[in-house]
Design a protein around this ligand. Structure first.
Ligand code: FAD
Length: 489
């Protein structure tokens, strides 16, 4: 039977990951269809959005969606973490995060994508797919009807429910989340975060005028205990939540096991995974939505590159590198943050989460090998010198400079005009990742000058022929600070 619709890209799932990819691919001129199984708005956990979300909305030309309705901005936070004494972190210090109603937020984004040309099937459940002559044929079930959609790409953004556990590897120990709501007027109007001996607790007013409390603890706590029992035990004795424990209505509670994982073959034959279908993050940072959307923007560039230039290998490498980078940087941040909490290393919950963790898999894939290698590699830390530019410039001006022997030049995919192109990047132990550009300036041509016998001043002067003097000085100091430009003495 011929397909009902032919499109460039079929996206499965209209969470932030799927819809963000749709918006970007539509803006890049592609034909996009999306299947979402639930009618919207549907309930969804994950309403506290980190400040970085704003750049993404500006980039998608969707800024208005964050400013409307009852969303809560400028929430201060009260935190018990490194010590048992509460600290206040002002809204200005926290950055411009926002507390949204996820049902409404996801619906607004999806409506915008439809306005911009998305072909939407909703409610329509993705059931299966097969490859026919290098293209995907997918079966969607809409009520009793089966619809066939043919596409060059499938972007699977089905969230946590979308994949088999055996195709994932855990990147943190599992945690149990238990949550419920109180009337907002019995709790403070701030976000509350508290470390306890057996886990941590997060609470916040919500746009629906309630106060949401979520506890995170080890699944072993449930052995021989009930969910309400564990929840109450975690809240009682805390600084911020003990009153909530007393006034709680038990029937309100919900729970889920929070697995933090990576898919072990996220890209196969033009079938790519996005958002929590690709990887999930420990909820500690409240950056799940931001990271999911950011990764979708990167995946959209990879797809656009193949559709416009056919450079498949480069696109897949770029997609996988960005995914590995996102998982590793988040895991290192999270474990360091767990390590700072006051209960300390003698408590099993905190000890197990204070070091980066990656599980073994019975069937290691090439992607898993790359991920686990990067995971266990010691995190390089560059020098952190405080630089007085005026003084240092005078001191270094006549110093002879050479390039670090640890510096490697490497061809790497860079985003140029929305497609990937190979550029020469530098790789060095003091850089967290390969770097082709600094302040939008291509670095490798600059370093060819520094490769010859030259003083610091001569290098700055040479670069000043093509850059403003102040920028040449900034770049020279950045590279000197990282020990990439080295003084000979
Ligand atoms: C307890 C907990 C607390 C969290 N708190 C935060 C937080 O405070 N801040 C934050 O940023 N993140 C938080 N997160 C993470 C956040 O919820 C996720 O990062 C985010 O929802 C991922 O978006 P997504 O688009 O990948 O998936 P989802 O939002 O889950 O969307 C997937 C969509 O796919 C659809 N779907 C599934 N199967 C099919 C199918 N077969 N056919 C068609 N459609 C299908 C689903 O209906 C759904 O709409 C939290 C997570 C947990 C577990």
């Amino acid at each position: 039977m011929p397909p009902e619709q032919t499109t460039d890209v079929l996206i499965i799932g209209a969470g932030p990951a799927g819809t963000c990819a749709a918006l970007r691919l539509l803006a890049l001129g592609h034909k996009v269809a999306l299947a979402e199984s639930e009618p919207f708005p549907r309930p969804q956990i994950g309403e506290s959005l980190s400040p970085g979300i704003r750049n993404i909305f500006d980039y998608l030309d969707a800024t208005d969606l964050l400013t409307n309705r009852n969303y809560l901005h400028q929430l201060n936070a009260q935190v018990v973490w490194e010590t048992t004494t509460p600290q206040t972190v002002s809204a200005a210090q926290r950055g411009p995060g926002v507390m949204v109603d996820r049902g409404q937020f996801d619906k607004d984004l999806l409506d915008l994508a439809v306005q911009r040309g998305l072909q939407l099937y909703q409610p329509a459940r993705f059931e299966s797919c097969k490859q026919v002559d290098g293209r995907w044929q997918s079966q969607l079930r809409q009520y009793t009807q089966l619809i066939t959609v043919e596409s060059k790409f499938i972007l699977d953004a089905r969230g946590r429910r979308g994949n088999n556990m055996q195709d994932r590897v855990l990147t943190a120990p599992p945690t149990i989340a238990i949550w419920g709501h109180l009337p907002a007027d019995v709790m403070p109007a701030d976000t509350l975060v508290e470390a306890t001996e057996k886990g941590w607790i997060w609470g916040s007013p919500t746009p629906t005028r309630q106060f949401r409390v979520i506890t995170f603890t080890d699944p072993r706590e449930l052995k021989g205990n009930t969910v309400p029992g564990v929840f109450h035990h975690l809240l009682s004795g805390t600084r911020f939540f003990h009153k909530a424990a007393d006034s709680w209505k038990i029937n309100d509670l919900q729970t889920c096991t929070v697995f933090t994982y990576a898919h072990t073959f996220p890209w196969q034959d033009n079938y790519l995974r996005l958002g929590e279908a690709a990887f999930s993050l420990d909820p500690l940072s409240s950056t799940g939505v931001e990271k999911a959307m950011r990764f979708s923007l990167q995946a959209a560039i990879a797809v656009n590159t193949i559709l416009k230039t056919g450079h498949k290998d480069m696109a897949q490498t770029f997609y996988e590198d960005r995914m590995i980078e996102s998982i590793c940087s988040h895991t290192h941040w999270t474990s360091a943050y767990y390590a700072q909490a006051w209960p300390g290393q003698q408590r099993a919950f905190w000890k197990e989460r204070s070091v980066p963790f990656i599980d073994q898999t019975p069937a290691p894939t090439a992607f898993y090998e790359r991920l686990s290698h990067k995971f266990t590699a010691p995190k390089e830390k560059g020098p952190e010198r405080r630089i007085n530019v005026q003084q240092e410039l005078q001191r270094l001006w006549h110093e002879q400079i050479h390039l670090s022997s640890a510096l490697i030049f490497k061809e790497t995919p860079c985003v140029i005009d929305d497609v990937l192109q190979l550029r020469t990047a530098i790789q060095h132990p003091n850089l967290e990742r390969e770097m082709a550009y600094l302040e939008t300036v291509e670095i490798s041509p600059l370093l060819s000058v520094a490769n010859k016998e030259a003083t610091f001043g001569a290098i700055v002067q040479e670069w000043s022929k093509v850059l403003p003097f102040e920028q040449a000085v900034r770049i020279a100091f950045f590279l000197w600070d990282k020990d990439i430009l080295c003084t000979t003495a």
